[in-house]
Ligand binder design. Structure first.
Ligand SMILES: *[C@@H]1O[C@H](CO)[C@@H](O)[C@H](O)[C@H]1NC(C)=O
Ligand SMILES: *[C@@H]1O[C@H](CO)[C@@H](O)[C@H](O)[C@H]1NC(C)=O
Ligand SMILES: *[C@@H]1O[C@H](CO)[C@@H](O)[C@H](O)[C@H]1NC(C)=O
Ligand SMILES: *[C@@H]1O[C@H](CO)[C@@H](O)[C@H](O)[C@H]1NC(C)=O
Ligand SMILES: *[C@@H]1O[C@H](CO)[C@@H](O)[C@H](O)[C@H]1NC(C)=O
Length: 335
């Protein structure tokens, strides 16, 4: 076998040797031609090349400038083209927020949901002594029509177990009552930054006359907490809640919206600290309406369009070890 292949390979070896020699010859010829060509014409070419490179560079700069101009125009256009119908009611989404590791992630997610909602004005209220650059930057980057407020929770209510967002939601109510008139059509929705919202829920609430309600998923220890309707009358007759069903309005903050005119009319309605935990919703709604007047939405409360999701607190054990040594992983970075 090996002998046979050796015999076979002999002529091939010779052939390769011949072609290699031929190739080498032609290569040398080509090199000669190139050298001759370079000696006679090459020198002039380098000037030509420099000129060409310069004009290419100029083109590149021009293209870059044009690209920047186009991007600017696009940004302006997105701002202007964002659907704003002066005839349609404005949704005032009220979001209290406070500094914590997941704050930017939560607000980014919510803002990108709200960007898909037409005629929306986002009122973000920080629990802080001043506006933070994190929230300010985030709002500046969105194309959303927004108002940025801040108010700090008073010291006695800053401890765990105190209701959260009272001061901030009240600041938004004050802002609306000061800055809006009965001629302004709108609806007020308390949209916390950790929930998940279907875009449909905003369509449902937009034409609220006084106070509208709908189911909320994953809350009160249930898959869904929802109003129960009398299907003949289409009115709310009760609730399915399991946790403190004795609440006057056993419903989550994400499960109702109030018309702006109604907020203006009932000008004394505010959130308060001296109500039991989980009774904020009942407290505000008792000042605004009675059960019989509630307007059920989401196909007579048969659709779940908002979920009380909660972000798991991130485990920052390694970061805390770094911090103990005076180091941070996020130096110069906004996370
Ligand atoms: C922002 O909202 C106001 C009403 O609050 C409205 O008059 C204005 O047109 C809106 N602007 C944009 C760009 O959406
Ligand atoms: C009304 O709106 C303006 C502009 O956002 C703001 O400066 C003012 O504080 C608002 N009024 C109240 C009572 O919040
Ligand atoms: C629904 O309302 C009608 C009219 O008020 C009443 O006759 C009926 O008993 C109610 N049904 C239920 C299940 O409550
Ligand atoms: C809700 O129920 C009422 C009363 O049964 C009915 O008249 C109405 O058409 C229903 N609405 C929807 C959207 O299903
Ligand atoms: C709760 O506080 C308000 C003032 O913020 C007061 O008017 C009201 O009487 C208090 N209610 C109770 C039950 O303490």
């Amino acid at each position: 076998m090996s002998i046979k292949s050796k015999e076979n390979s002999m002529p091939i070896y010779v052939a390769i040797d011949m072609t290699t020699k031929k190739r080498l010859f032609w290569c040398l010829c080509l090199l000669l031609v190139f050298v001759v060509w370079y000696v006679f014409f090459g020198a002039g070419r380098s000037e030509q090349y420099a000129a060409m490179k310069q004009s290419m560079d100029e083109y590149e700069t021009l293209l870059r400038e044009t690209r920047e101009q186009i991007l600017d125009r696009l940004k302006m256009c997105q701002r202007d083209c964002q659907h704003w119908d002066p005839e349609a009611p404005v949704i005032y989404a009220v979001t209290p927020t406070y500094a914590r590791p997941v704050q930017k992630a939560e607000l980014t997610r919510l803002s990108q949901t709200l960007m898909h909602v037409s005629n929306l004005h986002w009122i973000v209220i920080e629990d802080a002594v001043k506006k933070s650059s994190l929230v300010e930057n985030l709002l500046a980057r969105t194309n959303l029509n927004h108002t940025h407020l801040f108010v700090q929770t008073p010291v006695p209510y800053r401890r765990k177990g105190s209701p959260r967002g009272v001061e901030q939601r009240n600041a938004a109510l004050r802002w609306l009552r000061k800055n809006k008139t009965m001629n302004d059509k709108g609806v007020v929705y308390f949209a916390d930054d950790d929930n998940s919202y279907s875009l449909q829920v905003f369509d449902e609430m937009r034409y609220t006359k006084e106070v509208s309600v709908w189911p909320v998923g994953l809350v009160g220890g249930l898959m869904v907490e929802k109003p129960i309707l009398n299907l003949t009358t289409g009115k709310v007759v009760g609730w399915n809640s399991a946790w403190r069903p004795d609440r006057p309005f056993p419903i989550d903050m994400a499960g109702f919206a109030i018309s702006l005119q109604h907020i203006l009319k009932k000008s004394k309605a505010y959130f308060a600290y001296n109500v039991s935990g989980g009774f904020q919703e009942s407290h505000i709604l008792q000042q605004l309406t009675v059960r019989e007047n509630l307007e059920p939405k989401a196909d007579n409360c048969t659709q779940v369009l908002v979920w009380h999701t909660r972000t798991e607190g991130p485990r920052l054990t390694e970061e805390n070890k770094l911090i103990a040594r005076g180091i941070h992983s996020d130096v110069g970075l906004e996370v």
